[in-house]
Ligand binder design. Structure first.
Ligand SMILES: C[S@@+](CC[C@H](N)C(=O)[O-])C[C@H]1O[C@@H](n2cnc3c(N)ncnc32)[C@H](O)[C@@H]1O
Length: 339
């Protein structure tokens, strides 16, 4: 049996959507965490939960493993749970998954755990797999895409954690100019600007683990001067993007213009775009025409990365794809086309 209390460094797991594990592992390495280990659904590593929640831009949430033990029957399950000092974590509510185990009824497992673990609003993840029970406490609270700055959204906004992951999949890093011609509420631009400013993406919100972690300093890194700009044909979207950026403590250069009137702010860089999609969205067909014109014209010297549900539409970009990644946003399957 292994079990731990809230002592540091903790056994942590950065949860992410399937397929994005290498991105999270890369971010951990870049932030100096050497022991990241990719497993399906996330990356295991050791560290300070509060630092991880504040510093990491790409995971969905961070959970802290507190115990792992064999549990073929309820007696073993409750004995394992009793061995943990639950006091630091406040009250918890079990969420259980069972696979390939003698204890297969998740409701019954949750009931037995609830009889041992002090109840409350935090989440205790219990996973039974091949008769081994792993108990992990959620350290994040609200999911990590809720940075706190995106108070205003437009149609189909991107999750902030996904935008941060897509930038990394496109091999963008501060220093390279970034432009989003259909920026909506500004998610790509603001994620990039926060990164370039050396600000921690989770600097401005609270996390569940503040109940048991020492406060510690908010991490920050040297700023890298970076041109970050874009636009949107909807003036309301541009206003929302500017106000969201101000709430995030960064500046972005966005103008209310149709893509066909937008000009590159530098000779080279990365153009990113999440064009409108869906039957009820306006301008879906023309959006790809406009992007094709930009990429063949004023942005010819730029790299591009487009998020699209539509393989046909991607052909209208007039550039061959160099790489493609499958991702999900809001339950919809999308492709991130690098061209
Ligand atoms: C899916 S939304 C982008 C959402 C954005 N990534 C976010 O996270 O908020 C698509 C945006 O494209 C804009 N748009 C559509 N056609 C355009 C065009 N021709 N020129 C500029 N913006 C356009 C829409 O106004 C809308 O804000």
């Amino acid at each position: 049996m292994t079990s731990a209390s809230a002592a540091q460094p903790a056994d942590l797991f950065a949860v992410c959507p399937p397929g994005l594990e290498p991105v999270v592992a890369g971010e951990l390495r870049a932030r100096g965490v050497a022991d990241g280990r990719e497993v399906p659904g996330g990356v295991a590593f050791t560290g300070d939960p509060l630092w991880a929640n504040r510093a990491l831009a790409t995971p969905t949430r961070i959970v802290q493993r507190v115990a792992a033990f064999p549990a073929k029957h309820f007696g073993a399950l409750q004995a394992g749970a009793r061995a943990v000092d639950w006091a630091p974590f406040g009250g918890l509510t079990p969420e259980v998954t069972c696979r390939k185990s003698k204890l297969y009824h998740s409701g019954a497992v949750a009931e037995r755990l609830a009889a041992v673990v002090p109840p409350g609003p935090g989440t205790l993840h219990a996973r039974l797999f091949h008769d081994v029970c792993t108990l992990s406490v959620d350290t994040s609270g609200e999911r990590l895409h809720k940075r706190g700055w995106r108070v205003e959204t437009g149609p189909a906004p991107l999750r902030e954690t996904l935008a941060a992951s897509l930038l990394r999949l496109a091999e963008w890093a501060p220093g390279e100019a970034l432009f989003d011609p259909m920026c909506g509420s500004g998610t790509f631009l603001i994620e990039a600007a926060v990164w370039a400013a050396g600000r921690a993406p989770g600097a401005d919100r609270a996390f569940a683990c503040e109940a048991w972690c020492p406060p510690g300093p908010v991490p920050s890194w040297p700023a890298v001067p970076t041109v970050i700009a874009g636009g949107d044909r909807a003036a309301a979207a541009v206003g929302a993007a500017q106000r969201n950026a101000a709430r995030a403590g960064v500046e972005i250069d966005v103008t209310a213009k149709d893509a066909k009137h937008q000009a590159p702010p530098a000779e080279t860089g990365l153009l990113v775009c999440n064009p409108p999609y869906g039957k009820r969205a306006h301008g879906v067909a023309t959006a790809y025409e406009r992007l094709g014109e930009l990429l063949a014209g004023p942005f010819a010297g730029w790299r591009a990365a487009i998020l699209t549900p539509d393989a046909e539409a991607a052909r209208r970009l007039r550039r061959p794809a160099k790489a493609q990644f499958s991702v999900k946003n809001g339950g919809l399957g999308l492709r991130w086309v690098i061209c």
